[in-house]
Each structure stands twice: as C-alpha cells, then as structure tokens.
Design a binder for this molecule. Structure first.
Ligand code: NAD
Length: 509
C-alpha cells in the first residue's frame, strides 16, 4: 500500500510513501495478527487524518514472539554464532536502512510529524550509525582476570575470571519521539551482546518499526532473534513485562510508565533499564557568549517541537543578562516558521497527537492561571493538525506546575538567577535528573557547577548532544541505568565469575 502526498496532507513536494504491510515480525516471518478486527488508527499529526491501521496485538502474540525469541536464544545456531557474525547481521541491516533511508525518513515524518530534513539528517543517520556502532561491539565483549586472596587454604592456587553472558530475551519498549532511532537503540545492543529481542514500538508511531521488521527479514537474521509486535502499552507492553521468559526490559518512555514497569518487574527480578522523562535546566551565566547562548537555549527547547526528553525546559539566566536572553529567545520563538513538516523551510512541525497537543495546552493554561506570563506563544495554532506555538513563559516561580512537570512540548519557563542564589540548588530543584547545560566562558565556574548538578549529562556551551560512545541516562525520576558506550555491555549482559582451584602439587612435577 502507498499513500499519496495529497492524502497525507502534510507533504510539500508530493512523494508517494510506501506504507509497511502491517504484519508483525515473529519467528522469522511476517505474520498477520491473530485478530484482524483489533487495530489502531494511525493519524497524520499534520492534518488529523487517518493514514492506515496497525495491529493492536494482545498477550497471545506477545507469547508467540517471546517463545520464538527464547527458542532462538537457546538454539545451537544462535549460541554458536561467532560474535563477529552477529555484528555482520547488524552491518547488513545498516546497509539496508541506508539504502532505504529516504523512504524511512518520509514514513517517519508522516507518522510522527517530525521535520523531514531533520528526520533524514538526525534520526536516520543516528539509526545507521547505531547499527554500525553496535556491530563493532559484538566482537569486543571482555571479562576480567581476578586475583584472589584465599582465606582457608593460603597455599592453594586459585584462578578466577569473569565473563559477560547475554542476559536472555530482552523486551524493548519505545516511545514516539524518536521511533526508528529508539528501536535500534534496543535491537542493536541486544543482538551485539548475544541476546534476542521482542520490540514493541509506541502505538502512536509504529510504522518505521514495522518497516524495519521487513528489512530485518531481508538482512537474514535467524528466526526469532528479533521480533516486532505492535499494540497498546497496557496490552502488549504489560504482557511483555509480565512474561516469565523475558529476562530484561529496556524501556524508554514516561516516568509514570517506568515506575509501573519497575514495580511489575520486581517479583521476577527482571533486569530493567529505564530512560525516562526530564525537566532539564539551561543555565546562562553572566559571562556567556550570547551569540551562542541565545540560539542555543532556543534550540535546546524548540528542536523536535520540544518533544525531546533532555529538552532545556527551565531556562535560568543570571540577572545581568536575564532581559536580553529572554527577549532573544522570545524573538526566536515568535519567528520560527510553523508549517508542513515536509516543507524544507519549516522549523516547527506538529506535535505527535491531539492528546499531546491538548496536554501541552492544558499545562500552559495552568501555568498562566498560576501567574506565569506568556512572552511568546502560549496557544495552539488554529486549523488542521496538532501544531503548538513555541512558547516562552516568564514570571514563573519554583512551585508552579509548569516548573515542576515535564511538558514535552515547545514550552520554556524563564527564571532569573539573582546574586546570592545557589545555582546548583536551582538546577537540582526538580525530581528529575536527565540533562543540563551551562553556558559560560569561565572554565572554573563551568566545571565546578557541572560537578554539583545531579543529572546524567551536563553539557557545557551546547545542549542535546547525544553520542553512541557517551553513556546516556538519568538519575532520580529520570531513570535507572545507562545506555550507549561500555554501559550498554553492562546493561545487556550479566557477569559470571568462574573460579578454579589448582592442585599445588602439580607445580612440583
Ligand atoms: P509512554 O510511557 O506513554 O509510552 C512509552 C512506551 O511504553 C509506549 O510504547 C507505550 O505503549 C508503552 N507502555 C505504556 N504503558 C505501558 C505499560 N503499562 N507497560 C508496558 N509498556 C507500556 O511515553 P511516551 O508518551 O510514548 O513518550 C514520552 C516520554 O518518553 C516522555 O516522558 C519523555 O521524556 C520520555 N523519553 C525519554 C527518553 C530518555 O532517553 N530518557 C527518550 C525519549 C523519550
């Protein structure tokens, strides 16, 4: 099935977009869901029209997928596959994704409302890099040699080492803001480190993950190594979390769902990594280079229409620069071009869904009722689609809802740092701990402040820079564990210690 530009309603240059078949990837085959009548409408966020439907699976499909993943995990073929050959599978998939990058970018933009240019340059590039990055890791799994200090028989000779064993079947559960990139963030390390995986994309944006399933098949992965099931969180997600054969849950999404997953995983002690929400501060000190800091602060919050977990949603500025920065960011907000996400000149596309648009609107309204003032934006764009104007809120105070809750939209709250304020304390005045940026020319202040900020990543004179080699994750309500870099090896494997006693008499012979 294809969809034409006119049907899509959001397309600037009229490409014809090939939709995935809507079949699930289970046990090395594209299969129909068990019940054809259980579907979820896929809505184009740019015009609110239905594009197609995806299967709303239930526990039966989840069970089939998990059983297939377990069979593969236990199979001789999988267990004896050379690590470097698992890497080759990922490399083959990288080539296929690269070959289909334009098509995947268009599909992603259509489904999520993301800007087409950014989707191609960031999301797809990150996806391809991610596959290659983890392909390399598959042959670099190492344990340790351990020196023991035996207590009982001091003369005995012991040798001990650790190896890292794949944790088992992984359930990957992903959100809607970076759909294909997130899918690869779960699938690629799982395969690289010898696990098998069942992936459940967000019900809001499943199309690229379904298409990825078709490419995974083409790449020749062994049956069951990667499985993809779609559906609602409360059905498919919860069934995955509850399934006794799932040994690890790699989750990215909201804090509320993460908390539910952690509680549900406790009884079976499933391994869990949680990449959750944030309320990240952008901190501009009095000696900052404003030519970089003002556009930097604007990009920190308005990129991807604010739908980034590390979005700089609290803007703290030292008093000397406060008015200038707030004016500059508000000016950018007012000038950003809102429009079709397929128009290359558009800078702000729609939010992902009506629900998200209404949530953003509701929180801004609450903020204004509580005393905040909209210095830019503050309202939805009239007409079709789920567009929301880039918004700057002033006159905010620490206890206001807009300063405490994650909004996940293009809304920044600006607060002044007065003389004598403890800046680290302001930055940490949130239950989250995902990211933070500090803008300054003073290296001493930058590093000393970075040390005191309780966040998974602190950026200096930049914001939202993610790299596959740099550990990523959050503290407090922003999550548990880390992804990327060496941390991925720890997250997808379990250490096993092997300890052996040698016969000392053998040395004499
Ligand atoms: P969400 O928690 O609503 O959904 C995420 C996924 O969880 C979806 O696939 C959903 O179907 C599934 N789910 C829902 N209920 C479930 C349940 N009971 N059991 C198992 N799975 C369930 O989040 P969202 O609205 O899709 O995404 C936005 C959130 O994700 C924001 O809070 C954002 O900050 C966060 N996020 C975090 C990161 C990060 O790396 N820290 C990255 C992107 C997004």
């Amino acid at each position: 099935m294809t969809i034409s530009a006119q049907d899509a309603g959001a397309i600037h240059e009229a490409p014809v977009i090939r939709l995935p078949t809507g079949r699930l990837l289970i046990d090395g085959q594209l299969v129909e869901p068990l019940r054809a009548d259980r579907t979820i409408d896929v809505i184009n966020p740019a015009n609110g029209r239905v594009i197609t439907q995806i299967p709303a699976c239930g526990p039966e499909e989840v069970d089939r997928a998990v059983q297939a993943a377990q069979r593969c995990f236990e199979s001789r073929e999988w267990r004896s596959m050379r690590p470097i050959d698992r890497g080759r599978l990922l490399e083959r998939l990288a080539l296929l994704v690269e070959e289909h990058a334009d098509e995947l970018a268009e599909l992603e933009a259509l489904d999520s409302g993301k800007l087409i240019g950014v989707t191609r340059a960031i999301d797809l590039a990150f996806t391809i890099d991610g596959l290659r990055y983890f392909a390399g890791w598959s042959s670099k799994i190492v344990g340790d040699y351990v020196t023991l200090s035996p207590l009982v028989e001091e003369a005995a000779i012991y040798r001990a080492y650790t190896e890292r064993r794949p944790v088992g079947v992984v359930a990957g559960i992903t959100p809607w803001n970076f759909p294909i990139g997130q899918a690869i963030q779960k699938i690629a390390p799982a395969i690289a480190f010898g696990c098998t995986v069942v992936l459940k994309p967000s019900e809001e944006t499943s199309l690229t993950t379904l298409r990825l399933g078709e490419l995974i098949l083409e790449a020749g992965f062994p049956a069951g190594a990667v499985n993809i099931v779609t559906g609602l969180g409360q059905d498919v997600g919860a069934a995955l979390v509850e399934h006794p054969l799932v040994r690890k849950i790699a989750f990215t999404g909201s804090t509320a769902t993460g908390q539910r997953i952690l509680a549900a995983a406790a009884s079976s002690m499933k391994r869990v990594t949680l990449e959750l929400g944030g309320k990240s501060p952008t901190i501009i000190l009095a000696d900052a280079d404003l030519e970089r800091a003002i556009p930097g602060a604007a990009a920190a919050i308005f990129s991807n229409s604010g739908q980034i977990c590390t979005a700089g949603s609290r803007l703290y500025v030292e008093a000397a620069l406060f008015d200038k920065v707030v004016e500059g960011v508000s000016d950018i907000a007012a000038r950003l071009k809102i429009g079709s996400n397929f128009d290359p000149s558009t800078q702000i596309g729609p939010l992902v869904s009506r629900r998200q648009r209404d949530r953003v609107q509701g929180l801004v309204d609450t903020g204004i009722r509580e005393g905040a003032v909209a210095l830019a934006g503050g309202e939805a764009v009239e007409g079709d689609g789920w567009f929301y104007k880039p918004t700057v809120l002033g006159s905010v105070s620490r206890q206001m809802t807009v300063m405490r809750e994650e909004i996940f939209g293009p809304v920044v709250c600006a607060a002044r740092i007065d003389d004598g304020d403890d800046i680290a304390k302001l930055a940490n005045d949130t239950p989250f701990g995902l990211g933070a940026s500090i803008w300054t020319r003073n290296l001493d202040r930058a590093h000393l402040l970075a040390e005191r900020i309780d966040a998974g990543t602190v950026w200096l004179n930049t914001h939202n820079v993610l790299d596959l080699a740099m550990p990523f994750g959050g503290s407090r309500l922003s999550g548990l564990g880390r992804e990327f870099g060496t941390e991925s090896m720890h997250a997808f494997t379990e250490p096993k210690a092997v300890c052996m006693r040698l016969d000392p008499r053998a040395a004499a012979r």
